[in-house]
Design a protein around this ligand. Sequence first.
Ligand code: PEP
Ligand code: MN
Length: 343
Amino acid sequence: MIVTMQSDASEAEADNVIALLRTNGYDLHLIRDAGPVAIGINGRPIGSDLPSVICDMPGVAHIHSGGRPYKLAARGVRPLGTTVQVGEVQFGGPLPAMIAGPCAVESREQTLRTADIVREAGGVMLRGGAFKPRSSPYSFQGMGEEGLQILAEARERTGLPFVTEVMEPEQVELVAAYADMLQIGSRNMMNVPLLRRAAATHKPIMLKRGFASTIEEWLLSAEYILAEGNDRVVLCERGIRSFDTATRFTLDLNAVPLIKQLTHLPIIVDPSHGTGLRELVAPMSLAAVAAGAHGLVLEVHDNPDEALCDGPQSITGETLAEIISRSTAISSLLSPTASLLAL
Ligand code: PEP
Ligand code: MN
């Protein structure tokens, strides 16, 4: 069961509800970072009188007992949606947030050049891997902490915040000391210790969909983060495995409007990994924005053919600028009054 407080409820009103539930012996999960307070009640069934008592308490908006396995992530908890703020960048607001950068931080020069390209093209946030989850142990594995320092320098130079992947629970504090947003990658979507430790930083988290995970499994992974009290979660659709090897993965754009029905969390799309082919990145970016995505993550390189990682799906600065300007035009057609899907 979930109790959602009104958006203008006071801390004291929320504390009264929490105290009543704790006095009755319930184990609670609180989410209060990015919107009205929601109180998740774990474990044993709620006595028959308690829901109506809580409903009448000052500041309480509603009580849900929904049938889905994820609770705090369910749309009904925040029907108006959660907005996740990273510096000045907003996920879940009216404009799609454009994140771009190299697959991997390869050197200081390459990263700073690419960061300049991203800023000039109109990007609002940088991406770049310092710890890389490569399929082969013989491929470039990233620059580690030096890569984080380079990303911090790129942020200093451009004013753009950055997101970067954290692969292991033991790395979380190190990565969080540098990054504005933590990325949990596709291969780690179900790594529960990593989800919990990343959540505990209260940093914003980009949770990529496991490439063989269902929507429900993905939302249950988000639920782990919310259940730790961190609701600054942005979901990222990045393509799933299908029978077809013509593209690297199959970008599941069904996920965008579906996720908006199922959860209050913002949803962004990664057409770079979702296609694996740079010629497909622009059209699928525009399709994602048209489907209502709250943002895009794009791999950009100053010399894509020489990239140490994911060159075939990396685009140039010119293509990025084109995607951003066309996306802005598309999103202006999707104002809430223009489309029911633009939740
Ligand atoms: C990435 O974005 O750097 C990445 C490795 O993506 P994914 O986890 O989606 O494969
Ligand atoms: Mn990549």
